[in-house]
Design a protein around this ligand. Sequence first.
Ligand code: PMP
Length: 407
Amino acid sequence: TAVFDSDAIRADFPILSREIHGKPLVYLDSAASAQKPHQVMDALMSAYTDTYSNVHRGLHFLSEASTDAYEAVRQKVAGFIGAPSPDEIVLTSGATMALNMIAHSWALPRLQAGDEILISIAEHHANIVPWQMVAERTGAVLRAFPMDEDGSFSMQAMTEMTSEKTRIISISHVSNVLGTVYPLAEIAKLAKSVDALFVVDGCQGVVHMPVDVTALGCDFYVFSAHKLYGPNGVGVLWGRSEILADMPPFMGGGDMIDRVTIEKSTYAAPPHRFEAGTPAIAEVIALGAAVDYVESIGMAAIRAHEQDVLSYAHQRLSAVEGLNIIGTAVGKSGVVSFTMDCAHPHDISTIIDRDGVAIRAGHHCAQPLMDYLDVSSTARASVGVYTTKSEFDALATSLEKVVRIFS
Ligand code: PMP
């Protein structure tokens, strides 16, 4: 296995060499959206410059080239997440659309009054609101199990809320606030024991560690390309073929039909059934380049590097006076959330921005978790493939300045 060459990796990301307010950029907001390596931007540019045309439509050279490049990404993504077939890869506009698609196409026609949808208290709004919409229309009940005090997952808390009424379990792979990694294989067994559909919001999982959906035993796994060093406007919905085959389309239009008459239409087989209209062609092709990029480094190597940086981050931040780390589960991944006794997260973020340090401050689209933790917001630093320990030195130094300003 190759050595992890942090300098070479950073050199792949042009934006990392720019300055902000005269200081080198310290980008610690990859959990919101990751920066892009030139390989991804080159692929995007080339898709427009060299092979651009609509897909699945024409019989001319460019249309076929574009279609081949687009369809090849399905195969690439399937391999990347251990999906048995490229036909199980639905290309969406993002994780949010993918979750809404499952809620609309799978849940809405099936759920009845009294059925239950189970999530955790730490879910992103994208994994809460679509289920509330389904619950409102079907009479189903949305329930959320709590996390432990330190942000750890509790199998007991989850099991206590699971019953024969549970029709859907929808959980993130990794919490975008706490960093907690959910034991998906174990949860899959629980879901199976009550015959519930098991949906995984993989936004913060697939970017940090190897994923094998077959081994995890889930029914759906979704994520957004933009957090995986890919472009905006593209996401992936992986679903088991027998489940996709049994799902009506979410949207109607071109590209998703078999035969249309004014009276009635028949639909194409998955995945095309779920991809109405002209897709984000160049962006999908660039997602393929993003997958190639992380695979060239290796997800296991990325995981090891990021865990090393994250553990240093915890150590460094713990030493800052009056700083409280939120979420300290064993094996946590990707993010470190915190509050400070002396300052509001928005003030922290604004002040350290003057030093070129970019973090996220706010509720992180997880308001129920904020309520549960009894905080209005947190500050959050997150890591990516290009993050270094010295960036956490810069963050800590800047936070010490915040302490001085407010005391
Ligand atoms: N789930 C989680 C855990 C996330 O972190 C995010 C992005 N913040 C989403 C869902 C939504 O992703 P998107 O906005 O790209 O659809």
